[in-house]
Design a protein around this ligand. Sequence first.
Ligand code: NAD
Length: 252
Amino acid sequence: MGVANNRSIAWGIAKAARAHGAELALTYQGDALKKRVEPLAAELGAFIAGHCDVTDGATIDAVFAAIEKEWGKLDFIVHAIAFSDKDELTGRYLDTSEDNFTKSLLISCYSLTAVAQRAEKLMTDGGSILTLTYYGAEKWMPHYNVMGVAKAALEASVRYLAADLGPQNIRVNAISAGPIKTLAASGIGDFRYILKWNEYNSPLRRTVTIEEVGESAAFLLSDMGRGITGEVTHVDAGYHVVGMKNPEAPDI
Ligand code: NAD
């Protein structure tokens, strides 16, 4: 869930999962994205599980009904969904409106729980649920604002869902990806600066790609990650271990 185009992190994950032998289903949000997702689904031999807008529970139900009809069960699910009003991804967190706070938390955080409720019923042989988060959940980041708060709540949800679903051998994890130029990221103020800052200051001296996030995701989704649950794995070229600016970094 969350392929918007071929730059989406969910697309990097879908490609990696397919390369490792997974059978896939993709969802899309609205007719505009349907046109983009259909050719991508065809590329991977994935079936289209339908339109899903997580603010409308009936569309989530419809997607899971389509999956049940096609496969009868589900092994893993990727939740790569987030939204905030672009106008509030700049300036001060202090100025967040109640309306955008509620909407951002519903779409970017509660939707994981809504999806997990449906997935539980189809994961009859255990399963793996994976969501995407960002370091702005742990530390202040310029312009990330309400998304940082939503991601912090999302990471806490991962831990609570992991505890609830563990007895059924359903694992719940998150990947905290470094910044990547996607449609959603283009809404964040000064995003090019953030990319450059990460490139100059991360231990690997670069940013990460959707393919790299995809490979790590394939590991967590597969049985190779079977001992891991409730975890937030950073796939960020090591940026999260850095405590101060690299003195050799050029000015941006
Ligand atoms: P993207 O724009 O390609 O994907 C975002 C997806 O969210 C889209 O497919 C969109 O349709 C979906 N979405 C938004 N509102 C929705 C709704 N109401 N119902 C259903 N779907 C909805 O961007 P992306 O960067 O690949 O984002 C995927 C995830 O990765 C997000 O959770 C994002 O916060 C996270 N993430 C991104 C970065 C980055 O730098 N790009 C870094 C860390 C984490």
